[in-house]
Design a protein. Structure first.
Length: 163
C-alpha cells in the first residue's frame, strides 16, 4: 500500500549535498570568482580591441569576435578591484538579453562542480561592490569562491546611479 499524498518532506542534508552546480572559475585582482557554466559561451584570448571614447572605466572597448560586435567589460574596475596595469589576454564570452559581452579577466581556471554542502549565502562583511553582484560563496579547501550573478553584473543602471 502506498503512503497518502501529503506535503513533500524537505530534502535532507545528504540529498542536498548531491545536487551539484558547475562554475567556470576566473581570477580577477587575486580573487577567484565563479560564473555559472550555463551562462558562459566561450573563453578566448583578447587580440584586438577598439576603445570607446568617453566610456566608463569598466567599459574597456569593443571587440569583433567571429563577426559579432562584443562589449568588453574590464572586470577589475567593474568589481572595484582597481585599474588594470597591463593588457589582459583573457576574456569570458557571455550573452545577456540579446547582447554579447566579453568579461576581461586576469586568468581562467577550471570548471568546478560544487555541491550545496560548500555553498553559503553572501557574507555580510563582503565589500559592498562585490555584494551587489554576488549570489553566494563556496568555501573551498584553501580559499573562497565568490559566485557572480551574471544579470546583476551586467546591470549597468544601479552602478550609474551610485556613481
Amino acid at each position: 500500500m502506498s503512503k497518502p499524498h501529503g506535503p513533500r518532506d524537505p530534502m535532507t542534508e545528504t540529498e542536498l549535498s548531491h545536487i551539484k552546480s558547475e562554475y567556470v572559475t576566473v581570477t580577477v585582482g587575486g580573487q577567484m570568482f565563479g560564473l555559472p557554466i550555463a551562462r558562459v559561451q566561450d573563453v578566448f584570448v583578447l587580440t584586438q580591441m577598439t576603445h570607446v571614447p568617453l566610456a566608463p572605466d569598466d567599459i574597456a572597448g569593443i571587440i569583433n569576435l567571429r563577426g559579432r560586435i562584443v562589449t568588453a567589460i574590464d572586470m577589475r574596475p567593474r568589481l572595484g578591484l582597481g585599474k588594470r596595469e597591463q593588457a589582459a589576454p583573457m576574456a569570458v564570452g557571455i550573452d545577456s538579453e540579446g547582447e554579447s559581452y566579453g568579461l576581461i579577466i586576469d586568468s581562467a581556471g577550471e570548471v568546478l562542480k560544487l555541491g550545496a554542502d560548500t555553498a553559503e549565502p553572501v557574507p555580510v562583511n563582503l565589500d559592498d561592490r562585490l555584494k551587489r553582484v554576488a549570489s553566494g560563496i563556496h568555501r573551498l579547501e584553501n580559499e573562497l569562491l565568490v559566485i557572480l550573478d551574471v544579470d546583476r553584473l551586467l546591470d549597468f543602471k544601479p552602478l550609474e546611479l551610485a556613481a
